[in-house]
Ligand binder design. Sequence first.
Ligand code: NJP
Length: 236
Amino acid sequence: MNKPVTIISGASRGIGRAVATRLARENHFVLLLARNNEEITELELEIDSAGGKALSFAVDISNEKQVNEVVEQAMRDFGRIDNVINNAGIGIFKEADHFSEDEWTRVMDVNVKGSFLLSKAVLPHMKAAGKGHIVGIASDVSKRTFAEGSLYCASKYAQHAFFEALRREVRSKGIKVSVIYPGLVDTYFHEGDPGQPQRALYLQPHDIADAVSYVINAPHHVVIDELMLHPMVQEW
Ligand code: NJP
């Protein structure tokens, strides 16, 4: 089986879904991770009926046992994992003293621990293979802050720091780590459904899918460390 094997977290909606369909069109065998089983099963069928190859897994990215089971099954079925797109993420926005401890833990667990757990699970296999590509979908607020964004910004700064340090650890082992920092993207991340007129000029999920494709299709001798993109209407 020569298709690249690519795991995508948060594949059921928004950016992850666009990345999954894009990479499936580029001949990747895509492994789709999200909690909502119905949505990822539907996406698996959609990709398969368009001639692609997909397998869906209902997992909570912050649950180590569930994440490890996916990676173990992928290794049993395919014998390797070529790319991992750490995309699953959530945001809660309010004044710092209004967050509950549970909200703090939930955002950190998905955005930071999730990236750690999935990377931890695939790294031994990538190290053994002497190659692999780990991509993080972070945020432009991995590098700036805003009021009522204390928790989300803290999680995205941490996620960014994790991948930056990881890149230094694994580059000599043939493993690439790239981080993408999007500005505003019209997805379910924001209040209400995508497609509302006031968000028409935001980035679209397919713009981030294009960026992921660019990053992972870089020639063997090139690693794209970072890629930041914004809609023209967003000041940075
Ligand atoms: O969000 P959305 P985006 N375990 O809500 C999944 C970053 N970003 O596509 O589990 C596993 O449409 C969820 O599936 P489900 C952002 O921080 C965005 O915009 O079934 N999966 C769904 O598939 C995030 O890292 C913007 O609910 C979990 C997906 O995550 C990434 O982009 C700007 C999960 C979320 O889809 C994708 O977000 C920016 C869990 N515990 C960065 N919890 C933006 N949209 O403007 C959630 O700078 N998911």
